[in-house]
Design a protein around this ligand. Structure first.
Ligand SMILES: NC(=O)c1ccc[n+]([C@@H]2O[C@H](COP(=O)([O-])OP(=O)(O)OC[C@H]3O[C@@H](n4cnc5c(N)ncnc54)[C@H](O)[C@@H]3O)[C@@H](O)[C@H]2O)c1
Length: 301
């Protein structure tokens, strides 16, 4: 099945950073790209840049948290290009990581609404159209933060673990429809993710913490650790080439930083040891699966 040429891809949060880089790379592969974003200003300059590069692009201002916005994006894509074959659920925010007690529930809600519910609503809205087109592909943007629990990782960590896990299930669920699903798990990538407060909508209560929307504010608040890690990250264009390569290969996970492998290996070792402990337990050691023929994991290997 042709995955790129003359196919149509929707990317949420496509105005800058990772989403924009993938829009450009996919456009160069011959795709029509639909970029949606909450930021009208960056969206229109992204549209211009892609048009100037000879890419067939449609830009739709939309908030990934809202179902009606997603429907508008899908309708506009169908009207302009006649079908939808691929989706990149990319819109995301860094939220406000920190110690457990320090994170406000409003920051939890914001991060979950964008990073998790944005993906769920994107899938629910767009997948029926990809099915109708006979199949295609999905990349859901998780993170290396979706591969393990991180101390003080907060809502960001939670949403990325959720997106990675959901994507594994959706890959099995949607395979019969010729739809491949991958979770993209990058390490640090040089974008403005550490200034995500610039996209914190007013419909959440005023934050007690100072919002970090510029490099000067990050510096003034001493929030330079994440900023310098992100600024030392890989270029978005490198990541975009990796996405194209992995979609072509049909990989279920897309990694960009192979040196994180031991971190994930450690997690699975820890889980495996916990199973060994359960097997040795006089209380539960004799218990067998209990799922019988209804094993939901059947067909996943
Ligand atoms: N940069 C990294 O180091 C890194 C690492 C792993 C994963 N990620 C993930 O990559 C994805 C893209 O982030 P990025 O690094 O390019 O950051 P970015 O801030 O440069 O880009 C995020 C884009 O999403 C848009 N956006 C924010 N809230 C939105 C909303 N409610 N609706 C629609 N659009 C919205 C922003 O306007 C922006 O264009 C995110 O999901 C992020 O968690 C980033």
């Amino acid at each position: 099945m042709e995955l790129f040429k003359k196919k149509t891809l929707i990317i949420s949060g496509g105005a800058e950073g990772i989403g924009f880089a993938v829009a450009k790379a996919a456009g160069h592969e011959g795709m029509n790209v639909v970029i949606s974003d909450i930021s009208e200003a960056t969206l229109s300059s992204a549209e211009q840049t892609l048009t100037d590069a000879g890419i067939s692009v449609l830009a739709v201002c939309a908030d990934a948290r809202h179902e009606a916005d997603w429907r508008r994006v899908a309708d506009a894509a169908l009207e302009r290009f006649g079908g939808i074959h691929a989706l990149m659920n990319n819109a995301g925010v860094g939220g406000a990581a920190g110690e457990l007690e320090s994170m406000s529930l409003e920051d939890w809600r914001w991060t979950i609404d964008v990073n998790l519910m944005g993906v769920v609503i994107g899938m629910q809205t767009v997948i029926p159209h990809i099915k109708a087109a006979g199949g295609g592909w999905v990349v859901n943007v998780a993170s290396m933060a979706g591969m393990t629990g991180i101390p003080c990782g907060g809502a960001y960590n939670a949403t990325k673990l959720a997106v990675a896990g959901l994507s594994e299930g959706w890959a099995v669920e949607l395979a019969p429809h010729n739809i491949q699903v991958a979770a993209l798990c990058p390490g640090f990538v040089k974008t403005r993710i550490y200034l995500s407060d610039r996209n914190r909508p007013d419909d959440y209560a005023q934050s007690d913490r100072p919002l970090i929307t510029t490099d000067e504010e990050a510096l003034a608040e001493g929030r330079t650790v994440i900023a310098s890690a992100v600024n030392g990250g890989i270029e978005p264009n490198v990541l975009a080439q990796r996405v194209i390569e992995s979609v072509r290969a049909g990989d279920p996970y897309i990694f960009t930083h192979p040196d994180f492998r031991p971190v994930v290996a450690h997690r699975y070792q820890m889980i495996d040891q916990a199973f060994a402990s359960a097997e040795a337990s006089p209380i539960v050691g004799h218990i067998k699966g209990g799922m019988g023929d209804a094993n939901p994991f059947a067909g996943s290997d």
